[in-house]
Ligand binder design. Structure first.
Ligand code: OAD
Length: 266
């Protein structure tokens, strides 16, 4: 039986009272959908490569065919994956807050698009999207290219090389995504950090920023992180199990209605 000082009970109480919620997610929330983390994706044919030699502008300049092929394999893995109970619980939390004139925004470090496919509407992609390719000549974006790509490297209609629409090591985060994250962290009343090692800045700093502006902070992670002792409530467990429990404790069992947005995932 959970007690009153159980962090899950406390966190659910905070969510039930919340009006403006910010959420930072990382690779951990997609682990239960079978998406490998950055390092785990270096398997098989790719085992001899260091990720930092594939995920940099210099790597693409040196060998665009190799880098494109690697990202194309990861893109197909993400498109074949399905959102899990953790993604779905956050989509439901957004609906519950919307229904109470509140709001929830997700800042994700993931490039897999699973939050959107679970039904989340307000998602800021801090590290871009693996389904987007961008022309290095014109900047034009391509979202629904053939799978697999017909050539490596793939050329755009303008004849430029297409690069993956993700943020590489050494590149800045999109300024509009950073500005949105900053606004959220300084105005929300509740901030959740889910499945992220909280090691990569600036994303890792959003939790401290929210805390400094008075938000209740909640961490959900399978393992301890540098944030675990700094947040208001730290919950140790898998996102796909903890998040549905938290949302149900805060809002009760979901009553399906015709107005409920459904997942358009596969
Ligand atoms: P990491 O791989 O660094 O951390 C994943 C976190 O999720 C770890 O703390 C795990 O303990 C936790 N975890 C694993 N499975 C979980 C589960 N089922 N439920 C809850 N937690 C779980 O991933 P990120 O923090 O997302 O950057 O890493 C951030 C960025 O660093 C990535 O986007 C990438 C990387 O290098 C770029 O590509 C620029």
């Amino acid at each position: 039986m959970p007690t009153i000082d159980d962090p899950e009970v406390q966190a659910a109480g905070a969510l039930a009272r919340a009006r403006c919620v910010g959420v930072l997610t990382g690779a951990g929330i997609s682990a239960e959908s079978g998406i490998p983390t950055f390092r785990q994706s270096m398997e098989g044919l790719w085992a001899t490569f260091d990720p930092e030699t594939l995920a940099t502008p210099a790597a693409f300049a040196r060998d665009p065919a190799l880098v494109s092929r690697w990202y194309d394999e990861r893109r197909r893995g993400c498109l074949a994956a399905v959102p899990n109970a953790g993604h779905r619980a956050l989509a439901r939390l957004e609906r519950e807050l919307d229904a109470r004139s509140g709001s929830l925004t997700i800042l994700t470090q993931n490039v897999d698009g699973l939050h959107q496919r679970a039904g989340s509407q307000r998602v800021v992609e801090l590290h871009g999207s693996i389904t987007v390719w961008r022309c290095t000549r014109t900047g034009a974006e391509y979202r629904d290219l053939e799978q697999p790509l017909r050539e490596y490297p793939r050329r755009s209609d303008a004849g430029g090389l297409l690069r993956p629409g993700v943020v590489w090591f050494g590149e800045a985060l999109p300024p509009e995504a950073l500005a949105a994250a900053d606004r959220l962290a300084t105005t929300c009343d509740t901030f959740l950090s889910i499945g992220t090692s909280a090691a990569v800045y600036p994303a890792a700093g959003f939790v401290s920023l929210a805390s400094a502006h008075g938000a209740t902070t909640i961490e959900v992670n399978r393992d301890p992180t540098p944030l675990s002792t700094a947040v208001t409530w730290s919950i140790r467990g898998c996102a796909g199990e903890v998040l549905p429990r938290l949302v149900e404790r805060a809002f009760g069992a979901e009553v399906p209605s015709s107005g409920t947005r459904s997942s358009h995932g596969t």
